[in-house]
Design a protein around this ligand. Structure first.
Ligand code: TYD
Length: 687
C-alpha cells in the first residue's frame, strides 16, 4: 500500500488520490456514475421512442414507468441490501454486481421491447443496491480516517459531476448513432442503442478495475456501514430538526428547488419531443440542468457576495419558479435550453446556501443526522417528482388552443407539469423571503442591484436615526434630573414627540443592574465590573429605548449617558479612559447625542443638596467627585459644538432659559406645531 503523501504543502485533492487503491476505486466509481447517468437518459429516451406510435398519453406513462422502476428498489429494498453488503466479500460483490449490470444493460437493446426495458431497469437497480453499500463500506478500508471527508467529497463530485458529461455524451452518441445507422442498419432501429452499449461497457470496465483491486480486506471491517431505511432516516431526522423554524424553512425551500429541477428532468423527454427535438436535444436539456446547478453553486454566492444569504436563498427559489414558468410556455428549443441553465443555476444557489446555512445553524452533534435526513428527503422528493411528472403529463394529454385563426398554441401535459412546478417554487420562494428576511425595510430590488454591482445597499433613510438625541450630564445634586424633566415638558408643549429616559435602570434588565450598581451592600464591586455593568445597562437602553424612539422620529432626552461612565468610571475610578470609551462605543453601536447639556456644579454644592440616605457612588469622598467634574468639563471643552455647559449654581429658571436658547438653535425653524402632523409625531430634522 502506498502511504498518503507527506508533503502537506500540496493541495488537498492529490492527497487522497495519491493513495493508489483509493484512486482505483474512485476511477471505477467515476466510470460507473457516468454509466448510471447515461443509463437513465438512454432508457427514458428509449421508452419514449419504443412507444412513439402509441400516442402522447401512453408515451408519457412509459417514461414515468422507467423512472419508477429506477427509484423503487432503493425505497423498497434499500436496508436489506445494506445488511448483505456487510456479510459478503466486498470485492467479489462489486465485481459480480458490475458483471450483472453489464449483462442486463446489454440485453436491453438486444431484446428491444418496452416490457424488458422496465424489468431490466428494475433489476439493474436491485443490483446497484449491493454495489453501492459495498463501495461505501470499502472506502474507510482504503482511506485513513482523517482523509475520509475528502474522499467523500470526491465521491460526491463524481456522483453528480458526471451527469452533465453523460448528458453531452448521450447527445453526441445519438448523433453518431444516426450517422452510423447508414452502415449498420441495426442501429437505425432505435437511436439510443449506441449509448446503451457504451453504458454496458462502463460497467464492464469497472468490473475489471475492481477485480485488480486486491487491497480490499475480505474480513469484516470495523467501520462497517449499516444503512438504516430511507423512511427511518426521514422520521428520525424530522424529530431532530423539525422544531427549528429556520432549519425547517431552509429544508422546505431546498426541496422546493430540487423539485423544480426534478420536474424538468421528468418531462424533458416529452417536452423536447413536442418542440421537435430528438434524443440529442434531450441530452442537452438534461445536461443543462446540471451545468446550471454546478455553475450556480460555484458562481452564485461569489457574484452576489453582498446580498444577505437569506434573501439570496428565497430570491433564487422565486426566480427559479418564474424561469420554470417561462420554460413551460415558451415553445422554442434554444430558449428552453438557455432558460434551463438559468433554472439549474437558481436551484444550485438555493441548494448550496441552504446546505451551508444548515451547517452553521445546526449544532455539531446533530449535523450528520440532519444532512443524511436531507439527502434521504431529497431522494424521495426526486423519486416522487420524476415519477409523477410524466405520469401526470400523460393523464392530462395534449390540447390545442387556437389563438387566432391560423395560430395554434399547443398546451400539453408537460407544459402543465412545468407550470405546477413553477407555481410551487414561486410560493415556496415567496414564503422563504417573507419569513426569513433579515433586512426588513430595505427594498429588495435596490438591495439586489447594489449586490450585482458588488456593493452593499445602505439605505439612507432606514439606517439613519431621524429624531434627535439630547443627553444631560452632571455631578451629584447638579439638578440635571429636574432640568431634563422641564425641557421635556417645554418641548411637548410645542408639539414634539418626546421620550424622556434615564441611566441606569430604564429597561427591565437595567432595573436589576441599577439595583446591583447603587446598592451600598456591593461596596467592594471592582471598578471593571462596575464599568461593564453600566455599559450593559446602556447597551440595553440604546437598543430597546433610544434607537427605536429615534427611528420613529422622536426627540429623546436621557438623564446621563456615555459621559457619565467616562467621568465616574474613567476619571473617578481611574480606569483607562480609552478602555471605557471602547466598551461604551461597542455597547451603544457608536450612538452619540446631538447635544449634551452639562450642568456644571461644584461637588461641595451638589452633595450638600442631597438629602437622606446616600447611595454607593454618592458616598465616595470629595476628591472622587472633583475628578468626575473635571472630566465632564474636559469632555465638553473637547467638542464645544455638541455641548452646552451651564453653571449649576444659577437659578432654576435661568438654567432653563439657557437650555431653551440653545435648543432653539438646533430645533427646526419654525418650530412645528402638533396640528401639522396627523400622527402626532413630528419628524425632527437633524442639524
Ligand atoms: P441616580 O440615582 O440615577 O442619580 P443621579 O443621576 O441623579 O445622580 O444615580 C446614578 C449614579 O450612577 C450616579 O451616582 C452616577 C453613577 N453612574 C456612573 O457611575 N456611571 C455611569 O455610567 C452612570 C450612567 C451613572
Amino acid at each position: 500500500m502506498t502511504t498518503p503523501g507527506r508533503n502537506t504543502a500540496r493541495r488537498k485533492p492529490p492527497h487522497v488520490l495519491a493513495n493508489a487503491p483509493f484512486r482505483k476505486l474512485w476511477t471505477a466509481m467515476s466510470v460507473c456514475s457516468l454509466g448510471d447517468w447515461l443509463n437513465i437518459i438512454a432508457l427514458t429516451a428509449l421508452a419514449g421512442n419504443l412507444t412513439a406510435g402509441a400516442g402522447y398519453k401512453a408515451q408519457s406513462l412509459a417514461i414515468g414507468g422507467v423512472f419508477v422502476a429506477k427509484m423503487l428498489p432503493a425505497v423498497l429494498l434499500g436496508p436489506l441490501a445494506g445488511a448483505f453488503a456487510d456479510r459478503f466479500d466486498r470485492r467479489l460483490t462489486m465485481v459480480c454486481a458490475d458483471l450483472a449490470r453489464f449483462a442486463l444493460v446489454l440485453s436491453i437493446p438486444l431484446v428491444g421491447v418496452y416490457q424488458w426495458v422496465i424489468i431490466a431497469t428494475f433489476l439493474v437497480e436491485c443490483v446497484n443496491l449491493f454495489w453501492v453499500p459495498a463501495k461505501d463500506a470499502t472506502v474507510p478500508n482504503l482511506v485513513p480516517k482523517e482523509r475520509l471527508e475528502e474522499a467523500n467529497q470526491l465521491n460526491l463530485l463524481v456522483t453528480y459531476g458526471t451527469a452533465p458529461i453523460a448528458a453531452l455524451l448521450f447527445a453526441v452518441l445519438s448523433i453518431a448513432d444516426d450517422a452510423l445507422s447508414t452502415f449498420i442498419p441495426y442501429l437505425a432501429a432505435r437511436d439510443t442503442y449506441l449509448a446503451l452499449f457504451i453504458n454496458a461497457l462502463a460497467y464492464l470496465v469497472s468490473a475489471v478495475i475492481i477485480f485488480t483491486l486486491r487491497d480490499i480486506p475480505k474480513a469484516h471491517a470495523e467501520a462497517a456501514v449499516s444503512t438504516p431505511s430511507v423512511l427511518r432516516q426521514i422520521v428520525d431526522g424530522w424529530r431532530f430538526v423539525g422544531g427549528d423554524r429556520l432549519v425547517r424553512g431552509l429544508i422546505i425551500g431546498m426541496l422546493g428547488a430540487f423539485a423544480a429541477g426534478g420536474a424538468v428532468v421528468g418531462v424533458a423527454k416529452l417536452y423536447v419531443q413536442a418542440l421537435g427535438g430528438g434524443d440529442a436535444a434531450y441530452g442537452v436539456v438534461f445536461g443543462a440542468v446540471f451545468v446550471g446547478m454546478a455553475s450556480g453553486m460555484f458562481f452564485g454566492p461569489r457574484l452576489l457576495r453582498e446580498l444577505s444569504r437569506r434573501r439570496l436563498f428565497g430570491l433564487s427559489i422565486l426566480v427559479a419558479g418564474v424561469v420554470l414558468a417561462a420554460i413551460a410556455v415558451v415553445h422554442n428549443l434554444v430558449i428552453v435550453v438557455m432558460l434551463t441553465v438559468l433554472l439549474g443555476a437558481c436551484a444550485g444557489i438555493a441548494w448550496i446556501i441552504g446546505y451551508t446555512m444548515i451547517g452553521l445553524e445546526v449544532e455539531d452533534r446533530l449535523r450528520g443526522r440532519t444532512f443524511s435526513f436531507l439527502q434521504s428527503l431529497a431522494r424521495v422528493t426526486l423519486l416522487l417528482v420524476v415519477a409523477v411528472a410524466p405520469t401526470l403529463a400523460g393523464l392530462f394529454g395534449r390540447h390545442e388552443v387556437t389563438v387566432r385563426r391560423e395560430t395554434v398554441y399547443v398546451f400539453d401535459g408537460s407544459n402543465l407539469v412545468l407550470l405546477i412546478g413553477a407555481l410551487l417554487a414561486v410560493i415556496v420562494g415567496f414564503l422563504a423571503l417573507r419569513h426569513m428576511d433579515d433586512r426588513r425595510g430595505v427594498p429588495i430590488l435596490a438591495d439586489l442591484l447594489s449586490a450585482v454591482r458588488g456593493e452593499r445597499f445602505a439605505p439612507e433613510e432606514a439606517e439613519q436615526p431621524r429624531g434627535m438625541f439630547v443627553a444631560f450630564e452632571g455631578g451629584e445634586g447638579s439638578g440635571k434630573t429636574t432640568q431634563s424633566r422641564l425641557l421635556a415638558i417645554w418641548l411637548r408643549d410645542q408639539g414634539f414627540d418626546v421620550v424622556q429616559t434615564r441611566e441606569p435602570g430604564s429597561t427591565k434588565v437595567g432595573m436589576r443592574l441599577r439595583a446591583i450598581l447603587l446598592d451600598a451592600v456591593h461596596q467592594g464591586l471592582s471598578a471593571k465590573s462596575e464599568a461593564l455593568l453600566y455599559a450593559a445597562d446602556r447597551a440595553e437602553h440604546v437598543e430597546k429605548i433610544i434607537r427605536p424612539a429615534l427611528y420613529r422620529g422622536s426627540l429623546v432626552i436621557s438623564d446621563r449617558y456615555v459621559d457619565s461612565s467616562l467621568a465616574y468610571q474613567g476619571a473617578g475610578r481611574s480606569l483607562d479612559p480609552g478602555d471605557v470609551a471602547k466598551i461604551n462605543g461597542w455597547a451603544t453601536g457608536g450612538l452619540v447625542p446631538d447635544l449634551t447639556v452639562l450642568i456644571d456644579t461644584p461637588p461641595s454644592v451638589g452633595l450638600a443638596r442631597l438629602g437622606g440616605a446616600v447611595d454607593r457612588i454618592e458616598s465616595e469622598p470629595l476628591e472622587f467627585h472633583e475628578r468626575v467634574r473635571r472630566e465632564f468639563r474636559a469632555l465638553a471643552a473637547a467638542a464645544p459644538d455638541r455641548y452646552l455647559v451651564v453653571d449649576g449654581t444659577l437659578s432654576q429658571e435661568e438654567i432653563s432659559r439657557l437650555i431653551h436658547d440653545r435648543m432653539r438653535e438646533v430645533l427646526p425653524d419654525p418650530v412645528p406645531r402638533e396640528s401639522e402632523d396627523a400622527t402626532g409625531t413630528i419628524p425632527v430634522i437633524r442639524d
